[in-house]
Design a protein around this ligand. Structure first.
Ligand code: ATP
Ligand code: MG
Length: 449
C-alpha cells in the first residue's frame, strides 16, 4: 500500500515538474522523456537533500534554439556552514515580482495536489489524505496545525518540489489511517473470502446434520427391527403353543377348551394381521400410494367404537377411559378406516404409556368450523425436546433402564400425523413431564357443498 502511495506521489511530482517547464518544449519528446524519467527525479531529490549538508547549490535552465541547457552547480564550503548566512539569490525574469511568483507557485501547488489525487485514483487508492507544505530552504512546515495533524499519521510521503521555476516549497502527502484504505482496497477479497467461509461453514453444518440424521435413522431402524421381531414372535409363539396343546391333549374331544384355544389363536392372528397392515400402510403412505376416501365420517361414532374395543382389551383391566361426547354433531370429510386407526393409535399410546392405573379422558367438540378431539392421559408425559420428534418414523423415546419396557415400533404417531395432515388437519401435543400428555387432533368439519 505504502509503495503504491510512494509511486503515485512521485509520478505526480514528475508530471508537475514537466508541466511547470513545458512552455517552449511542447514539441520536444526528448525533453519530456527526460523530465518524466525516474532518473531525473532521483537526481533532483538527491540534489535537494544535499543542500543541507554545507553544500551551496545553483539551478538554472535556459532554452536555446535546438536544446535546453540545465545548469546545476554545487558549491562545497571549506568550512562549516554558518546558519543565517545562507540565502537564495534569485534572478527575476522580465515582469516577475515576488507577488507574481507566489501566485504562480500557489497555482503549481494546486496542480500538484490534483495530480497526486489523480494518480491515487488511477492505482485504485481512495484515501482520506492531506498535504503538508515545507519551506524549501528552512525545511520548516508552513502550517503548524497541519504538521501536528500529520505527526501520528500512518503514512508520510517523501517531500517533493513541484515545479522547476521557483523552489519555494516542498510537498508531502499524509494519509492519517492506512488500515481503512487497505481494507477498502481488499474489499473484494474480503467479501469473497467471507463468502467462501460462510459457504464452507454451511456445507459443514449440512454434512454434519446429514450424518447425524443418518446415524439416528440407522439406530432407529435397528431398534425397529428388534421391536418388530418381538411383536411378530409373540403371537406366533402363542399360536404355536395353542396348536401344540390341541394336538398333544387331543382337545378335539373337549369342545369347550378347543374353542377357547381357537379363540386365542384367532385373536393372535388378528394381531399379526394388524402389525403387517401397519408396516404395509406405512410404506404406501410414505410413497404417496394411499388413496384416502372422502366420506362423511362421524367422529363421535369412531371414537365410541375405539373406546369400546379398548375397554374390552384384557391387558388394561385397571385402566379407566372416560369419553365425553360433544353435544353437537362432529362430522368431518375423510377416510373412515384411517381416521379410526388414528384414534386407535392415540388411545393405544395413552393406555400403553400410562401404566396399570391409566386414566384416559377423551373429549370431542366443534370450534370455529374445526372438530377438536383431545386424548388426555396421566402417563409419564413427553419431554419438550421430543415433542416434534415423536412424529418421526421409527422414533421412540428411550426408556429408563429401571422402568418396564413398553414395546412398540415407533410408527404409530408417524402414521397419525401423515393421515391427519392429508386430511388438512393438524396434531398438537401438550404435556407436562410426569403429569401426563394431551394429544389434540384438529380436523376441518364437514361442509355440504
Ligand atoms: N401418551 C403418551 N405418553 C407418553 N409417551 C408417549 C405417548 N404417546 C407416544 N409417546 C412416546 O412417543 C413415542 C412414539 O410413539 P408411537 O406411537 O409413534 O410409537 P410406539 O407407540 O412406540 O409404537 P407403535 O405405536 O407403532 O406400536 C413412543 O415410543 C413414546 O415414547
Ligand atoms: Mg403408538
Amino acid at each position: 500500500m505504502k509503495r503504491d502511495l510512494d509511486q503515485a506521489v512521485s509520478n505526480a511530482a514528475r508530471m508537475s515538474d514537466y508541466l511547470s517547464v513545458r512552455h517552449g518544449h511542447e514539441k520536444s519528446e526528448n525533453f519530456r522523456n527526460f523530465i518524466l524519467s525516474s532518473e531525473w527525479l532521483q537526481f533532483k531529490q538527491a540534489y535537494t537533500r544535499m543542500r543541507y549538508r554545507h553544500i551551496g547549490s545553483r539551478y538554472n535552465s535556459q532554452i536555446k534554439d535546438d536544446s535546453t541547457i540545465v545548469d546545476i552547480s554545487l558549491r562545497i564550503a571549506n568550512n562549516k556552514y554558518i546558519p543565517g548566512k545562507r540565502k537564495i539569490v534569485r534572478t527575476y525574469d522580465d515582469g516577475e515580482t515576488l507577488a507574481s511568483i507566489m501566485a504562480e507557485d500557489k497555482k503549481d501547488l494546486r496542480r500538484m495536489d490534483s495530480l497526486v489525487r489523480l494518480e491515487c485514483l488511477k492505482s485504485g487508492i481512495k484515501a482520506n489524505s492531506f498535504y503538508v507544505l515545507y519551506d524549501y530552504e528552512t525545511l520548516k512546515p508552513e502550517s503548524l496545525a497541519a504538521w501536528r495533524r500529520a505527526k501520528d499519521a500512518d503514512y508520510h510521503s517523501q517531500q517533493f518540489g513541484y515545479n522547476l521555476n521557483f523552489f519555494l516549497h516542498t510537498y508531502q502527502l499524509v494519509v492519517p489511517s492506512i488500515n481503512a484504505v487497505v481494507i477498502y482496497r481488499m474489499r473484494y477479497y474480503l467479501v469473497s473470502s467471507l463468502m467462501m467461509l460462510i459457504l464452507t461453514g454451511l456445507a459443514f453444518v449440512f454434512l454434519f446434520r446429514m450424518m447425524r440424521s443418518q446415524r439416528l435413522y440407522t439406530q432407529a431402524r435397528i431398534a425397529f427391527t428388534g421391536n418388530m421381531t418381538h411383536e411378530l414372535k409373540t403371537p406366533v409363539a402363542v399360536i404355536e403353543a395353542a396348536l401344540d396343546a390341541i394336538t398333544r391333549y387331543e382337545l378335539t374331544r373337549d369342545p369347550a377348551k378347543l374353542e377357547n384355544y381357537l379363540d386365542i389363536s384367532k385373536t393372535e392372528v388378528q394381531r399379526l394381521n394388524l402389525i403387517i397392515d401397519k408396516v404395509l400402510n406405512l410404506d404406501q403412505l410414505d410413497n404417496g400410494e394411499i388413496r384416502l376416501r372422502s366420506e362423511l365420517y362421524d367422529v363421535q361414532q369412531g371414537l365410541e367404537s375405539v373406546v369400546s374395543s379398548m375397554r374390552l382389551r384384557n391387558d388394561h383391566k385397571d385402566a379407566t377411559i372416560k369419553y365425553f361426547p360433544a353435544e353437537e354433531p362432529c362430522f368431518v370429510d375423510g377416510d373412515p378406516l384411517h381416521l379410526t386407526n388414528v384414534f386407535y393409535n392415540l388411545v393405544d399410546n395413552a393406555l400403553k404409556y400410562s401404566g396399570a392405573s391409566a386414566m384416559i379422558i377423551i373429549d370431542c367438540r366443534v370450534e370455529n368450523d374445526m372438530v377438536r378431539v383431545s386424548i388426555k392421559d396421566n402417563g409419564p408425559g413427553i419431554p419438550r425436546m421430543y415433542r416434534d420428534r415423536i412424529f418421526e418414523r421409527f422414533f421412540r423415546i428411550q426408556e429408563e433402564p429401571d422402568q418396564h419396557n413398553v414395546k412398540g415400533s415407533g410408527l404409530g404417531l408417524h402414521y397419525v400425523k401423515q393421515i391427519i395432515t392429508q386430511h388438512g388437519g393438524r396434531v398438537e401435543v401438550s404435556s407436562e413431564p410426569g403429569n401426563g400428555s394431551n394429544f389434540t387432533v384438529i380436523l376441518p368439519s364437514y361442509h355440504e357443498i
